[in-house]
Design a protein around this ligand. Structure first.
Ligand SMILES: C[S@@+](CC[C@H](N)C(=O)[O-])C[C@H]1O[C@@H](n2cnc3c(N)ncnc32)[C@H](O)[C@@H]1O
Length: 222
């Protein structure tokens, strides 16, 4: 089957929502995003942030106290459980078990955001059609002067079909499809042009790894 259209979206069921990054170390990509924002509190203090790929909750743990609202998305039930344990009493923080490539559920994500953080824009996509719908959602839900932040290591990564981890319904499992899930810098430029988002690159230090630098890519709405 071609990667152009998976024929879905398909329902999220128990097979898709298994363990993900709830007990794994934060990726270098997200470590760099956290460091980048912590060095620039004016970018997130009092702002609304949509975090796509909750992982082990290190991003909300670092930033949520200063945010006006934090909304996290994940397809992993253990990630949502960890989030609820940590942030149950924090009214402005919320997690949604939602497949980001399924536009039928976008109405569950309320409001617009000053920041959207997704370090794996296309890495887990079922197909081009639903990836494009996700990019349209991000462009639509950014406030004016709002920014989508992603990271180069995620731009060059594509999931290879390992069903032991939480994954997107309808995603083909053949390992060679991983290449189709690599957005690439050309793909990032296409997204920027198609949705009228201004693209810039910033090198960001990764706190836990002195000397290591991740390239962050910012897509800013006018
Ligand atoms: C590699 S982990 C990264 C976790 C964390 N963002 C980090 O960088 O440390 C991928 C994350 O994307 C989430 N994810 C994968 N496919 C998804 C989908 N279709 N919709 C929403 N989240 C998804 C996983 O649940 C997990 O939180």
């Amino acid at each position: 089957m071609l990667f152009a259209d998976c024929g879905g979206p398909f329902e999220l069921n128990a097979a898709h929502t298994v363990s993900s990054w709830e007990s794994k170390p934060t990726t270098e990509a997200e470590t760099a995003v956290i460091a980048f924002l912590q060095q620039r509190p004016q970018l997130y203090a009092g702002k609304r942030l949509l975090h796509v790929g909750v992982g082990n909750c290190s991003l909300p743990a670092a930033l949520a106290d200063d945010l006006a609202a934090y909304v996290g998305l994940t397809v992993s039930l253990p990630e949502t459980q960890l989030f609820v344990e940590k942030f149950a009493t924090t009214e402005h923080c919320k997690v949604l078990l939602v497949n980001k490539y399924d536009s039928r559920h976008y109405s569950k994500i309320e409001g617009c955001f000053d920041l959207i953080v997704d370090v794996n824009l296309k890495s887990f996509a079922c197909c081009e059609k639903h990836f494009d719908q996700l990019m349209a959602l991000y462009a639509e839900r950014l406030n004016s002067a709002g920014t989508l932040i992603t990271a180069e290591s995620g731009v060059v990564f594509g999931w290879a079909g390992n069903t032991n981890v939480a994954h997107t319904p309808g995603a083909q499992l053949a390992p060679d499809v991983a290449a189709d899930r690599v957005l690439g810098l050309d793909g990032l430029e296409r997204v920027s042009r198609s949705f009228g988002l201004d693209l810039t690159c910033v090198p960001a230090a990764i706190c836990e790894a002195p000397g290591a630098v991740e390239k962050l890519w910012l897509l800013r709405k006018a």
